[in-house]
Design a protein around this ligand. Structure first.
Ligand code: EPS
Length: 405
């Protein structure tokens, strides 16, 4: 079983991740991880922090001469902003601690108040630091290993932004995904390559311009925007996950991963919400026979039936709420004076939907890798490959042999 933990505060010295359970001999270099960290930092509408950070990962353990050892992998990412925060984020009992201004005004929509109530803090800064989406840099680094692992089996993960601030594309690409109306050579990387070209990671130029101008207005007004995006995985074999238990359903595993991302308020798999409105005959994907296996005419199920992958692309859509830090703040209560006042202003992003889509790709890769390794196992990548090929070569025959014709 693979697992990972992250640690680190937003303005602390560094972020770290410990990743455990990947087989040995997986080729892994730091540039690969850094390339995904870079994608997470992009996006029109980010705040001043992104000018300070140029995230670079470093291996502290688990990798030797460019290959995994099978032992826990530790990755560290330094916070370049730390040098500006050493006093305010000191771990020792420093004498000037009393001079550090304590925050007593919680921002609505952030973890400020709930965190302060929960952990009995006397300074909201203590909540802000770990609840910040800065933590997702460590996740993207950790999940890059899952991504690289999946690549070995032809599984590709990508994403695109569907909307920001309610501005949707004219031509919905998601319909093409659901109707299986895709070019023969379609894969998730091609989708990401297209969206990565856009500063807001959308697929339409005209939509990009409209979104950028809305972000500019929002900046002027001291407001923020959320949005929706898709994360897609192609090349996933049939048979990952199971219907036998709630925690073995691939859909449940993926939902957990996506809903764990900061500021995500909703998600669906395939054409999930629309499924509630249409006839069964309009929704369910007809089964077809292909040369060496089964397929589906359409993919409204988003690649998962009964908690098990069907072999078609896995399609996830999620909604991110607007950033909770507002330059034109809304009402809150000062915990020190118990007066109702306006929330604090704090440096932040105006929108982070493009980055969030990259984080969702990463978490999707993690969930798929987790269930893939559960099915195929292996202590070394060679062993995993043997197990996988054995399954793949016999997949169709195994099913059909059981039926007499
Ligand atoms: C964040 C606030 C901003 C963001 C940060 C998430 O940081 P700061 O408070 O330092 O200006 O830039 O995101 C990142 C640092 C990052 O790497 O994504 C928040 O409050 O969640």
């Amino acid at each position: 079983m693979i697992r990972f933990l992250t640690s680190g505060e937003s303005h602390g010295k560094a972020l770290a991740a410990i990743i455990d359970g990947f087989p040995s001999n997986l080729e892994l270099d730091i540039d690969y991880i850094n390339s995904h960290l870079k994608r997470r930092m992009m996006g029109y509408g980010r705040g001043g922090r992104m000018k300070i950070e140029t995230d670079e990962a470093e291996f502290l353990s688990g990798v030797r001469f460019g290959k995994t050892l099978g032992s826990p992998i530790t990755i560290m990412i330094e916070n370049r902003d730390w040098k500006n925060w050493t006093g305010k984020m000191a771990s020792g009992k420093t004498e000037d601690q009393t001079e550090v201004e304590k925050i007593s005004v919680p921002r609505p929509g952030h973890a400020d108040l709930v965190g302060t109530q929960k952990y009995a803090f006397d300074d909201i800064r203590n909540s802000i630091e770990r609840s910040s989406a800065r933590e997702t840099a460590a996740r993207v680094a950790a999940c890059s290993i899952a991504r690289k692992f999946l690549e070995e089996f032809g599984i590709k993960v990508g994403s695109f932004v569907e909307s920001i601030g309610g501005i949707y594309p004219v031509d919905s690409f998601s319909r093409k995904l659901f109707e299986n109306d895709l070019p023969q050579d379609f894969d998730a990387w091609k989708l990401s390559a297209l969206s990565d070209k856009s500063e807001v990671r959308v697929l339409e130029e005209e939509q990009e311009e409209k979104i950028k101008s809305k972000i500019q207005t929002v900046k002027k007004n001291g407001d923020t925007l959320g949005g929706t995006f898709y994360a897609v995985a192609t090349g996933v074999p049939q048979g990952l996950g199971s219907f036998v238990h709630y925690d073995r359903k691939l859909s449940a595993e993926i939902s957990h991963s996506i809903m764990s991302i900061n500021a995500i308020k909703a998600m669906e798999i395939g054409d999930g919400f629309r499924s509630a409105e249409v006839f069964g005959s309009e929704f369910h994907d007809e089964i077809t026979l292909q040369e060496n296996g089964f397929s589906r005419k359409t993919n409204r199920a988003g690649g998962i039936e009964g908690g098990v992958s069907t072999g078609l692309p896995i399609i996830v859509r999620a909604a991110m709420k607007p950033i909770a830090t507002l330059m034109s703040p809304i009402g809150t209560v000062d915990l020190a004076t118990l007066r109702e006042i306006q929330a604090r202003r704090e440096r932040s992003d105006f929108t982070a939907v493009p980055a969030c889509a990259v984080i969702a790709e990463s978490m999707l890769a993690w969930s798929i890798a987790k269930f893939f390794l559960e099915k195929f196992g292996g202590d070394s990548i060679q062993e995993t490959k043997e197990n996988f090929m054995n399954f793949k070569n016999r997949d169709f025959k195994r099913t059909t042999d059981n039926f007499s014709r």
